[in-house]
Design a protein around this ligand. Structure first.
Ligand code: KG4
Ligand code: ZN
Length: 384
């Protein structure tokens, strides 16, 4: 990436305004000293995308343009001195949807240029990890002491709608990608399986809810990809699809059922698994599938994160990304890991700009600034 380096370290009270528009949330945040969240505004586009059952890039780009200024103004409103209290600006420049990324990056560059403030571009995956450095407002009020910052070396598990990776962090800016998904991201698998089961979008919370209270039942396969920290979830998704199709054809064979009055009822067409309607009529079956799917994903993610932490002597495991909101994943990791597991509050797990500000702080602290020519990089990797 195009950047400049200098060596001075940051004064106390250093306050960053950050923007995040890589996917379907328009977000702006103000963070002090890289950790203290002063404001964190997120405008979700969920409703605009829900009826399509997933994110439509063109819709996302348009929504970011509409939401950016109101979100930015709301984020700045907490500062008594307004713009005078901002010392630097940051924005996500990848990975993500190019049209979506452009809005945040160009807004941030224009503001930094106009105000004569330092600017840095941030990797969205790195930002998810840095959510673990943040101290949310309610946490600050609840604790008398500021929670300690994570100590290196660390293992980070990033699980979101677009990404699934395991990374070793030896220091700020020194990352080693240990493994990543070879096909679907964990969140993407949750979303697709929810769709197959007719549970709606976004799939993660819907599957978690459907699986609640279930135990045992059929077991779905786990793609271990032995001797690798890589992941694969598409086979699991296909396994669910096959079980649903088997069930549908069994239901179709039983029909035409007789009504209480003995009249033949109309046979229902088997619902295409890709539609948003309930493809199977039995809610117990749907709950069993949701449970077995969640167990399979959580087992693989947990096993690999725990093994990596052991192998590299990590002091902690950092959990990040939208799927980190999954309560089963959180509890299994905490139960099986030898080291503490740190996880941001849910509002900081899903896409937000506070995490971008946290990552930016440690880049500015290392003397890094981006050049004005910095462009969006939709396929940006961690550590690039
Ligand atoms: O990090 P994020 O907000 O967006 C991306 O950068 O991708 O993650 C969104 C993903 C979605 O796939 C959503 O289904 C998943 O996080 N998710 C969950 C849960 N809450 C959100 N997955 C599993 N369990 C949850 N409770
Ligand atoms: Zn994300």
């Amino acid at each position: 990436m195009t950047e400049q380096h200098s060596t001075q370290s940051l004064p106390s009270g250093f306050t960053i305004l950050a923007l995040e528009t890589s996917c379907d949330e328009t977000a702006a945040a103000v963070v002090r000293d890289g950790r203290v969240v002063l404001s964190n505004i997120v405008a979700s586009q969920m409703d605009a995308h829900r009826r399509y059952g997933g994110i439509v890039p063109e819709v996302a780009s348009r929504q970011h343009i509409l939401s950016m200024i109101p979100v930015l103004e709301e984020a700045l409103a907490v500062l008594p001195g307004g713009w005078n209290d901002i010392h630097a600006i940051a924005a996500t420049y990848g990975p993500g949807l190019s049209g979506a990324l452009l809005t945040g990056l160009n807004t941030a560059k224009a503001l930094a240029w106009q105000r004569g403030l330092p600017f840095v571009g941030v990797n969205h995956l790195e930002a998810h990890i840095y959510a673990n450095w943040l101290i949310a407002n309610d946490e600050r009020r609840a604790a008398n002491n500021t929670p300690n910052a994570p100590q290196f070396p660390l293992v980070a598990l990033v699980v979101s709608g677009g990404h699934t990776l395991l990374a070793l962090l030896r220091d700020h800016g020194a990352y080693q990608l240990l493994g990543q998904t070879r096909d679907d991201a964990a969140g993407e698998a949750f979303d697709k399986v929810a769709r197959i089961l007719g549970l709606g979008y976004p799939g993660g919370p819907a599957i978690q809810q459907a699986a609640q209270g279930m135990q045992g039942g059929g077991v779905l396969p786990r793609a271990w990809l032995r001797d690798s920290y890589d992941f694969s979830f598409s086979g699991l998704k296909t396994a669910v699809l096959h079980k649903v199709q088997e069930r549908q054809s069994r239901e179709a064979k039983v029909a035409p059922a007789r009504s209480k009055e003995g009249k033949p009822q109309k046979t229902k067409e088997p619902t295409p698994a890709a539609s948003n309607q309930a493809p199977v009529s039995n809610s117990h079956f749907v709950a069993q599938m949701a449970y077995a799917f969640q167990e399979s994903v959580v087992d693989v993610l947990t096993t690999k994160a725990v093994d990596a932490a052991r192998q590299f002597g990590a002091t902690e495991i950092l959990l990040a990304g939208g799927v980190a909101a999954n309560t089963r994943l959180r509890s299994e990791l905490a139960r099986r890991a030898d080291v503490p597991v740190r996880c941001p509050p849910i509002s900081l797990c899903t896409d937000n700009a506070a995490m971008v500000a946290a990552a930016a702080y440690y880049r500015f602290d290392a003397g890094v600034q981006s050049e004005w020519e910095l462009d969006v990089v939709p396929g940006l990797k961690l550590g690039a």
